[in-house]
Design a protein around this ligand. Structure first.
Ligand SMILES: Nc1ncnc2c1ncn2[C@@H]1O[C@H](COP(=O)(O)OP(=O)(O)OP(=O)(O)O)[C@@H](O)[C@H]1O
Ligand SMILES: [Mg+2]
Length: 233
């Protein structure tokens, strides 16, 4: 397992949001965290990344426990995070955004600007455009490209297709498969079970801060009781 989360408890201020989440992601897998609004998907990803401190529980990445580390350390260990609000620099060009991501991380040059453009061809023609001139879908691609430039072993994606047009969603799904083929393990949080069924191998269903069901995406898709109870389908 690349990632193993055990009994993770976290929240904001006095209120707890996740109450003992356990999940594991195998090397080379695309796993997804499914659940309705407010289920705790973002909080789970943020806690893995060190952005929200865990109250208890463990996060094991490769062979080491990483809970309690600062986010930049966790990023350096090889976990990339693309938040739902796409963190790009609006005043920098696409090229500058990508190059800066690599310089900050200082890791290998397995991922290059050229390779990111092969993955997302639309970015190639936009390299000199500023971040804030991009469409929502282009910004999402750039945010994923930035995360890849840091050469992650595991990529955490929060709501990667939210607000995207259907054609862009199809392209993004294809890109995620190519990223996986390139050796990057993926954990994505989404509420769109149809999209997850297309791209993911396995899913965890989160509700009220607890994992209620786990299985292959085929098993989730065929389980009408689960779909209607926990997911808006
Ligand atoms: N910064 C915060 N401060 C206080 N409460 C928060 C904060 N962020 C989230 N919450 C609360 O935590 C709960 C879980 O939120 P979270 O964002 O983890 O859910 P989610 O599954 O990602 O939902 P969505 O599908 O809407 O993105 C919600 O009740 C939310 O109101
Ligand atoms: Mg969320």
């Amino acid at each position: 397992m690349v990632l193993r989360v055990r009994n993770l408890v976290a929240g904001y201020g006095q209120s707890l949001v996740i109450h003992g989440v356990s999940l594991a992601v195998d090397r080379g897998e695309i796993a997804c965290l499914l659940g309705r609004n407010g289920a705790g998907k973002t909080t789970t990803l943020r806690t893995i990344m060190g952005l929200t401190p865990p109250r208890s529980g463990t996060v094991t990445f490769r062979d080491a426990e990483i809970q309690g580390n600062a986010p930049f350390r966790i990023a350096r260990l090889g976990i990339g995070f693309v938040p739902d609000d796409r963190r790009i620099f609006p005043d920098l060009t696409v090229l500058e955004n990508l190059e800066l991501a690599r310089r900050v991380a200082g890791r290998s040059d397995r991922w290059t600007v050229q390779r990111v453009c092969e993955l997302f061809p639309v970015l190639e023609g936009l390299l000199q455009h500023k971040g804030n001139h991009l469409s929502g879908g282009e910004q999402k691609m750039l945010a994923i490209g930035r995360a890849l430039m840091q050469d992650p072993e595991l990529l955490l994606l929060d709501e990667p297709i939210e607000g995207l047009a259907p054609l862009v969603v199809t392209h993004l799904g294809e890109a995620l498969r190519q990223i996986r083929e390139a050796g990057v393990t993926i954990l994505l949080a989404d509420q769109n079970v149809k999209f997850c069924r297309r791209v993911a191998d396995r899913g965890y269903i989160l509700e009220k801060g607890l994992i209620q069901f786990e299985g292959t995406m085929a098993a989730i898709w065929e389980n009408e009781a689960i779909l209607s109870k926990y997911l808006a389908v």
